[in-house]
Design a protein around this ligand. Sequence first.
Ligand SMILES: [Zn+2]
Length: 268
Amino acid sequence: MEFIENEVKEVGPGVWIRVAVDNISWCDLGNAGVVIDALEDPEQADVVRGLVKETTGQDIKWVINTHWDKDHIACNPQWRREGATVIAHQFCAAAAGAWEGRPDISFSDHAVLRGTDDKRIQMHWMGGTHTAWDTILYLSHAKVLHIADLFGWGLIPCQPTPRKIARLREVLSEILVFDADVVICGHGPTATIGHIRRFLEYFDDMLEFVTPLAAEGKSVEEIEEQVPAPEDMHDWWRFTDWKHKKNIELISTFSLEGRGEVEAAQAT
Ligand SMILES: [Zn+2]
């Protein structure tokens, strides 16, 4: 998967991304500029404002945060001071408290931000795996879907537990039905719906094959030898460097702690 750090590209009509370890994307709604997420470095606020102006001619009127992790919200305070309105899920608002980057508008399940003509951003809350806050954004007019950190180029986006495994299957399955040519994720290159489908298969395979080996007490290295990274995923961003191994670790932890959770649940 090609990764050109800081490449600025238009991924659909009026929808832009600056690809990096921490991505930032923005969209021209026809009557306003919208920024999606707000990075980890507040010093980037001016840089991004300049990029939005240069590519779309718009000022930043709206900021939408996909979730409230610190690497997604740092520019909120400055953009808010400059007059932008921040939108995020109500759980984000609860987490923000009185912080100056807090959301001005929040929602419980779905919300739509409408621009001119058919330009719009639909927000769908899909929390409960990576964070309680996760919201995906669908820009139907551009066939672009932003799925926050729910896809991490092969990295399982949360510590698996029985509840989170079920929820991850549920949200990723919902994501598969969107009509999108491009999928933006929080970190790294853009993807496609096909990548999400492949990840779901991989996730199921990993749970099936890694869990019994971990239960036998095998080490992460031993398991990796028996369950290597699938050949067709070798070009996924940073996947063979560390993510596949990290997944084995996560599932190994789950197979020990997960049983604890089940036992605790049965005891009560
Ligand atoms: Zn993130």
